[in-house]
Design a protein around this ligand. Structure first.
Ligand code: CP
Ligand code: NVA
Length: 309
């Protein structure tokens, strides 16, 4: 997808809805083998938080494209000793072709992107997880064949995953409902942007009522109640978030054909029950697989790979 060549992907807002749809189509075609891409470039992974899926799916995707990966663990680089981000960015720019960053503040990611000429990809910040949303949207399209008329309901914390999911669903014309405890609603500006994308073709609802959000929905989605960096609050959050657990009772309110998604890692017995994540309606393993296909399409596009097919 030539239009993305050389561009950053710091949030879904870096793409137009048409570009997002085209990227998802490319990812599906690369997954099925209809389209192949070759790109002998170097990806750097600069992760300040733990990761299984993002780290491994980015690495596998890059190797499959014919490229190489360098794991730039901040603890073994000068990043953890306080080298300014803008200096690190300008130096890494001279060695690498693309940089995927997992960090805390979105502003830090933006600083890296400002000082590095190469494409910078958001591999999760406290504010957004756009690569996750690519896989989520890809999975929803695989399950329902279309976006139009699909309702996606998110239960839990109005966090990074919720933000990107809301934006992505609204950009693709789906209805989106977010049910959270009163003090954990998604950022108002993200909600506003999602509403603008939805316009009058779909609905964006933020509520504290989990049952209302579940009624007739096609997709039930949840994430951990305490994100990375919020470990100290984990125990006190459990009773507050309990009414937002995805369990067999909540599932009864949804459409009978509804699917269940979770970005993983899951905390069984907290945001989702073991019976639901292991149940017939769970699509979490396909969703995790799609991280790799979606990011392969993204990497190939921002790197200006040669496509065939
Ligand atoms: N879903 C996700 O980003 O998982 P990791 O934290 O394991 O990368
Ligand atoms: N909201 C979670 C997502 C983990 C993939 C976190 O930021 O820790």
């Amino acid at each position: 997808m030539q239009a993305l060549k050389g561009r950053d992907f710091l949030s879904l807002l870096d793409l137009s809805p048409a570009e997002l749809a085209e990227l998802l189509e490319l990812a599906a075609n690369m997954k099925s083998g209809k389209v192949t891409a070759r790109c002998e470039k170097i990806l750097g992974l600069l992760f300040s938080k733990a990761s299984t899926r993002t780290r491994v799916s980015f690495s596998a995707a890059m190797y499959q494209l014919g490229g190489q990966v360098m794991d730039l663990n901040p603890m073994v680089t000068q990043v953890s000793r306080g080298e300014p981000l803008q200096d690190t960015a300008r130096v890494l720019d001279r060695y690498l072709d693309v940089l995927a960053i997992r960090t805390f503040a979105q502003a830090d990611l933006e600083t890296y992107a400002k000082y590095a000429e190469i494409p910078v990809i958001n591999a999760l910040t406290d504010w957004a997880h756009p690569c996750q949303a690519l896989a989520d949207l890809m999975t929803i399209k695989e399950c329902f064949g279309q976006f139009s008329g699909v309702t996606v309901s998110y239960f839990g914390d109005g966090n990074n995953v919720a933000h990107s999911l809301m934006l992505g669903c609204a950009m693709m014309g789906m209805n989106v409902r977010v049910a959270t405890p009163p003090d954990y609603q998604p950022n108002g500006s993200v909600v506003g942007k999602a509403k603008t994308f939805a316009g009058d073709r779909s609905e964006v609802v933020v509520t504290t009522d989990a049952i209302a959000a579940a009624k007739g929905t096609h997709v039930l989605y949840t994430d951990v109640w305490a994100s990375m960096g919020q470990e100290a609050e984990a125990d006190s959050r459990i009773p507050v978030f309990q009414p937002y657990q995805i369990n067999s009772e909540l599932l009864k309110y949804a459409d009978p054909e509804a699917i269940v998604l979770h970005c993983l890692p899951a905390h069984r017995g907290e945001e989702i029950t073991d019976a639901v994540i292991e149940g017939d309606q769970s699509r979490v393993w396909d969703q995790a697989e799609n991280r790799m296909h979606a990011q392969k399409a993204l990497l190939a596009s921002v790197l200006g790979a040669t496509f065939e097919g």
